[in-house]
Design a protein around this ligand. Structure first.
Ligand SMILES: Cc1cc2nc3c(=O)[nH]c(=O)nc-3n(C[C@H](O)[C@H](O)[C@H](O)COP(=O)(O)OP(=O)(O)OC[C@H]3O[C@@H](n4cnc5c(N)ncnc54)[C@H](O)[C@@H]3O)c2cc1C
Length: 413
């Protein structure tokens, strides 16, 4: 064995049970300094501060505020937005940050996804310069938290048909309708609400602000309880009953549903990174576990079938990493299409579900205990599989691209 191969094997052994032990294709060699710094900062935070407490917050269904408050200190709030105190990361660095947060805790990662990936990006992509300057600095510092209210009780996958209305009344708009599943919808300060204008029938974005006296009249939000996934971030059912917002709070460049679509196209690729984080966390945990667990007088790792299952898991994990690096590169170059982002989300969430279920099984009864983390990943990946376009929706998006036929509605073309 050459000295280089010796060192490689040695490094992998040293990193057994850690995320870097999964990097068989040396993906990390391709990180730039900026990407490496964002990645390693987040990774240390996750290992030292998130993993020790994540299961407890999850079990109590409690928002992890001490961890949330650390995010601006780490310089990872604000995605790729430049200025206003935002993180100004490259898309690949953003992906690495989300991957690492989800390796630790899907709820914390989803909090950042909603606050920065959805709410801040709505303002950055669709707001006027004055609106960006008004809201983004406080959001970057997490002095104010954001929410993105698109889904409705009767419109999830077909949110394009949303029914919440916005009626102009002088220099104000009056919002009426219902929203469902809105992350931070009961605790957030800046709620981006997507509603259909009664003037032109088009969907537009409105910012509903929580002031010193709470939400405006007519806004009420109730936390959705009894959740079995992402338990330590709260989603809300929202009722909008004649909520008045100033015309200044209508996002200046959101003229139709395509505006919401632009925001979601960004976050779809982030979901692929999130899934990779969950899968990596589960793989690490199971590899550590089977290396130590003895049955029939030997460690589980000494059985051929166990090795085969680990190798198959690693093969899928490696595929997910390569998907992520390439969508990161394409996004860095401004070449990532919604179709490719959808393909990556579909691939990675479905592979992650399979891999995590394998890990759970290989841990036997202990696999269902929160102490070993895998059960939490298994529950949390379900939400990521569903939100921002289900696996089926992503399949239909890619299917339309390769066949030229839109199969979203019966008989549609
Ligand atoms: C934890 C969590 C957090 C969320 N956070 C937010 C948030 O912050 N803001 C927000 O606006 N929304 C949020 N959502 C909502 C999320 O985006 C929706 O749940 C998602 O789009 C799916 O909609 P639905 O739940 O209504 O399912 P449905 O649309 O009712 O789908 C049910 C099933 O039918 C399938 N289906 C639907 N249409 C078709 C079709 N044409 N052909 C074949 N199959 C089809 C779907 O793939 C799915 O399997 C969140 C959801 C969850 C679970």
């Amino acid at each position: 064995m050459t000295a280089t191969r010796d060192a490689t094997v040695d490094r992998r052994r040293r990193n057994l049970g850690e995320a870097l032990g999964t990097d068989f294709f040396f993906v990390r060699d391709q990180f730039t300094d900026e990407q490496w710094q964002s990645f390693i900062r987040t990774r240390r935070f996750v290992d030292e501060e998130v993993l020790p407490v994540a299961a407890d917050y999850w079990e109590r269904a409690e928002l992890p505020w001490p961890l949330i408050r650390r995010l601006p200190e780490l310089g990872i709030v604000g995605e790729d937005i430049h200025g206003y105190g935002c993180a100004a990361m490259t898309p690949t660095a953003c992906g690495l940050v989300h991957m690492e947060l989800h390796r630790g805790d899907g709820s914390l990662g989803t909090f950042l996804g909603v606050h920065a990936g959805l709410a801040m990006q709505s303002i950055a992509l669709c707001g006027s310069p004055e609106q960006r300057a008004r809201w983004l600095p406080d959001m970057a510092a997490l002095r104010r938290t954001g929410a993105f209210a698109l889904t409705e009780p009767d419109h999830g996958s077909d949110s394009v048909a949303l029914e919440t209305t916005a009626r102009r009344d002088g220099d104000h708009w009056v919002l009426d309708g219902h929203k469902r599943w809105i992350g931070n919808g009961s605790a957030g300060d800046i709620i981006v609400v997507w509603a259909r204008s009664t003037e032109d029938g088009q969907v537009k974005g409105f910012v509903v602000e929580k002031g010193p006296d709470g939400y405006p009249d007519g806004y009420s939000a109730e936390v959705i309880g009894r959740k079995g996934s992402l338990r330590s971030i709260w989603q809300a059912d929202i009722v909008l009953d004649g909520v008045r917002v100033a015309d200044d709070n209508r996002l200046a460049d959101a003229h139709d549903f395509a505006a919401a679509g632009r925001v979601l196209a960004n976050t779809r690729s982030i979901c692929a990174w999130m899934a990779l984080g969950h899968a990596t966390g589960a793989y690490d945990a199971v590899l550590t576990y089977v290396s130590e667990r003895r049955q029939f007088g030997r460690t589980l790792t000494s059985f051929q079938i166990v090795q085969q299952r680990l190798v198959k898991m690693l093969a899928e994990l490696t595929g997910m990493q390569l998907y992520c690096m390439q969508i990161g590169r394409l996004a860095d170059q401004g070449r990532l299409s919604p179709t490719v982002a959808g393909l990556a989300k579909m691939n990675n969430t479905s592979k992650a579900r399979w891999l995590i279920a394998e890990a759970r099984d290989l841990m036997g009864g202990n696999g269902i205990l929160l102490d070993h983390h895998v059960m939490r990943h298994m529950a949390d990946i379900e939400a990521i599989h569903t939100f921002e376009g289900t696996e089926t929706m992503q399949t239909l998006i890619v299917g339309r691209d390769i066949t030229g036929i839109g199969a979203f509605t019966a008989g549609a073309r």
